[in-house]
Design a protein around this ligand. Structure first.
Ligand SMILES: C[S@@+](CC[C@H](N)C(=O)[O-])C[C@H]1O[C@@H](n2cnc3c(N)ncnc32)[C@H](O)[C@@H]1O
Length: 255
């Protein structure tokens, strides 16, 4: 779809490899006049925007602090009202823990039209890269995308953890995985449940940490992750070739 002046496209940048962008996303970026992008968006993707495009980084990077959501909303509004083709670029899929609903509601309430362009979410990228499915016939019949922490950083309530046929794709939990695993186990999930924790999924420097729920926290602490981590819990994760090893070890990206 053409990008009309004065509108905002909320675009998924995928997990951080430019060739995992959708064509629609790439076209939107290439025709942007103003680009507001999050910290998880890689430089290669930002570089697709025209030289004359106004590029504004809104997330934490290189020591800078993140912009407040209210500031980002106001900025998008101002740029769109100036008649620019505005692209709001987010890591992964904007509709998965990407605040797309809030931004869309704000812009629409101020008379600005919006379009969402989907992207490859971190869990999908992790599964593809390290060779396991997110669902598996007869074994993993449901898929739960869940945030591990709430807005104030506390551990999120679960309630869905005990469902053995559900694969859990856990976002934003890197720093609280021991506590999160303990909660899932307390709620009825077996400590032997297979887990794949993947750092920097979809990128050349991705790492996967296969293991069991009961030992997840220690495994991750030992690996010393600094990049974003998505944790996939459930029987489907055991399809990963890394689980063929008796002692699952850290494995690097195959690319
Ligand atoms: C605010 S959420 C955004 C999720 C994003 N919209 C998506 O669909 O992937 C940020 C969290 O997503 C996960 N994440 C994002 N990109 C990732 C990547 N390349 N590898 C692993 N996890 C990632 C991490 O759990 C991170 O804390």
């Amino acid at each position: 779809m053409p990008h009309d002046p004065g509108t905002v496209k909320l675009v998924g940048a995928g997990p951080g490899a430019a060739d995992l962008l959708t064509l629609r996303a790439a076209r939107a970026i290439e025709s942007a006049q103003a680009l507001l992008y999050d910290a998880l968006v890689c430089d290669e993707v930002v570089a697709l925007a025209p030289a004359a495009c106004l590029k504004i980084q809104t997330g934490k990077r290189a020591g800078r602090t993140s912009m407040k959501q209210e500031t980002i909303n106001r900025l998008m509004l101002r740029l769109a009202r100036r008649g620019l083709r505005v692209v709001r670029l987010k890591g992964g899929d904007p509709s998965v823990f990407g605040r797309v609903g809030e931004e869309q509601a704000f812009l629409n309430a101020h008379g600005i039209s919006t379009e969402v362009v989907p992207g490859v979410t971190a869990a999908s990228a992790a599964a593809a890269q390290f060779g396991f499915p997110l669902t598996y016939r007869g074994q993993a019949r449901r898929l739960v995308f869940a945030t591990a922490t709430t807005r104030d950083g506390a551990l999120a309530e679960t309630g869905w953890a005990a469902d053995r046929e559900a694969t859990l794709a856990l976002y934003m939990g890197r720093d609280q995985l021991s506590a999160l695993a303990a909660r899932l186990i307390a709620e009825g999930r077996s400590p032997h449940t297979p887990v794949m924790a993947v750092e920097n999924a979809g990128r050349a420097d991705a790492r996967a940490m296969p293991g069991r729920l009961g030992a997840l926290g220690q495994a991750l602490a030992a690996a010393g992750c600094e990049g974003p981590v998505v944790v996939v819990v459930g029987e489907a994760a055991a399809q990963a070739p890394a689980f063929l090893n008796a002692e699952p070890a850290l494995i690097e990206a195959r690319s």
